[in-house]
Design a protein around this ligand. Structure first.
Ligand SMILES: [Zn+2]
Length: 444
């Protein structure tokens, strides 16, 4: 091995170690594990700075539309989509959402960066004659990427391939002002690069699922997702730029058709006004600002997060959980994913993300007391008291069967499991729980 190879190898190894140490995170919406080299906060800051310099440059060239009817419509459409996005990611109510219409009539493209910074090119109207329903579906798809942290995932990829050297120097350096500036620049560079990198087909499928549902819930026809992709595919010799960053997953059309059938009831409900209510202004107002007689973004987020609704594509797991029907038998086969995801369950627990926690635990399906305890906690958090008892009791049963997190490798964390279970099930079982856990500790 010569010196250059040695360096390359060392760098590769270092990146691999970084990834293993801190880089993977479980997505709270999709349950998929992703490469994440930076915190969400850092990704959002990088995106904000990349976005403002991009829009600034386009503005100078008079390529940012202002106060056109088209801009007004796009703002109305995206505001309704954001209101639905917040339902599933309450923290996004605090994002500095922004949308700009970029005047490039030949370009068919759109994006949503980390933190809700969006852009749509005028090619959608000039070339594709896109309808409002189609615009809603494309922006829903883009917002789906941001909600599922795909932009952060791509920023992480940008770092490992393009700017890894810069990243390493940043990581190695101390925290003085120049280094801070350099970190910011690296993040902005990664954010700018990220929107030019293709999404994985897996990420495309996720964004299709999330996007079509956001649009349907916001009262836009999900069938427009199908016509939109058909129009773009027909572009022929000048394929839409969109496809370079949004590669088609296999059988996209068939999958979209299936999704249309699934989310159509949501669309019909939204159309009939059953789910309509006053929406906060996500594109202007500050998160805690309350217009006269209206709700603030924060208040709205808290209200809709308390409604026990989940995205349709995770609804099956959630329904099983809600009916108290989640029963686990998987041991060795699920051990790895349990070990991998347990940490993120703790985070979701701390943040009170009960729906995501429940879906995550059910998806892994690992048989032990900790899995059931987490379901008990999620049910408690969501106000399903009777269901919570079922899961706390199953946690005890699992423990009796020797399936406990308090084994040789303690994976229980610092949860007061016994107290919580006892409080939920009553004192008779409390003694039993304590005795069980004592036995386990003695046997160690
Ligand atoms: Zn996409």
């Amino acid at each position: 091995m010569n010196r250059t190879q040695g360096f390359g190898f060392a760098r590769g190894l270092l990146i691999t170690l970084l990834v293993l140490a801190s880089g993977c995170a479980t997505n709270t919406i999709t349950g998929r594990s992703q490469l994440m080299l930076m915190s969400e906060e850092a990704a959002i800051q990088g995106a904000v700075s990349a976005y403002s310099s991009m829009i600034g440059q386009l503005s100078k060239k008079n390529q940012v539309e202002v106060a056109s009817p088209r801009v007004t419509r796009v703002r109305e459409i995206t505001n309704r989509l954001i209101a639905e996005a917040v339902r599933f990611r309450p923290d996004s109510a605090g994002w500095a959402w922004e949308v700009q219409v970029i005047d490039e009539p030949k370009v068919v493209n759109a994006f949503c960066m980390a933190g809700g910074k969006m852009g749509i090119y005028t090619g959608f109207w000039e070339k594709l004659k896109a309808t409002d329903d189609e615009i809603a579906n494309v922006m829903g798809h883009e917002i789906g990427h941001a909600l599922a942290s795909h932009t952060r995932e791509k920023m992480s990829m940008a770092m490992t391939v393009g700017v890894s050297t810069a990243l390493l120097s940043v990581l190695a350096s101390s925290r003085n002002t120049a280094d801070y500036q350099r970190t910011q620049n690296t993040m902005a560079l990664a954010a700018a690069l990220a929107i030019t990198l293709p999404n994985s087909r897996e990420a495309e499928t996720e964004a299709d699922q999330i996007g079509i549902e956001l649009a349907a819930r916001a009262g836009f026809d999900p069938r427009a997702a199908v016509t939109l992709w058909q129009k773009m595919a027909k572009e022929g010799d000048t394929p839409a730029e969109f496809f370079s960053t949004h590669p088609a997953p296999e059988n996209r059309m068939q999958r979209l058709q299936l999704l249309v059938a699934k989310v159509d009831p949501l669309y019909q409900a939204a159309r009939s006004g059953k789910t309509a209510g006053p929406l906060p202004d996500f594109l202007g107002m500050a998160a805690n600002e309350r217009p006269l007689g209206g709700v603030s973004r924060d208040e709205y987020a808290a209200r809709v997060a308390a409604e026990a609704q989940v995205m349709t594509f995770v609804a099956e797991e959630f329904e099983r959980f809600r009916k108290g029907e989640a029963v686990f038998s998987c041991t060795t086969d699920c051990m790895f994913s349990y070990g991998y995801q347990r940490g993120s369950w703790k985070t979701m627990h701390d943040k009170g993300q009960w729906r995501e926690l429940a879906v995550g635990v059910v998806k892994v399906g690992y048989f032990n007391d900790f899995s059931y305890f987490m379901l008990g906690e999620a049910a408690t958090g969501l106000g399903f008291k009777e269901v919570a008892k079922i899961y706390y009791a199953r946690a005890l049963e699992a423990r009796k069967a020797g399936r406990t997190c308090a084994g040789a490798f303690n994976t229980c964390g610092d949860f007061p499991m016994d107290e919580r279970i006892a409080a939920a099930l009553g004192s008779a079982t409390a003694g039993e729980a304590a005795a069980q856990s004592e036995n386990i500790n003695k046997n160690k």
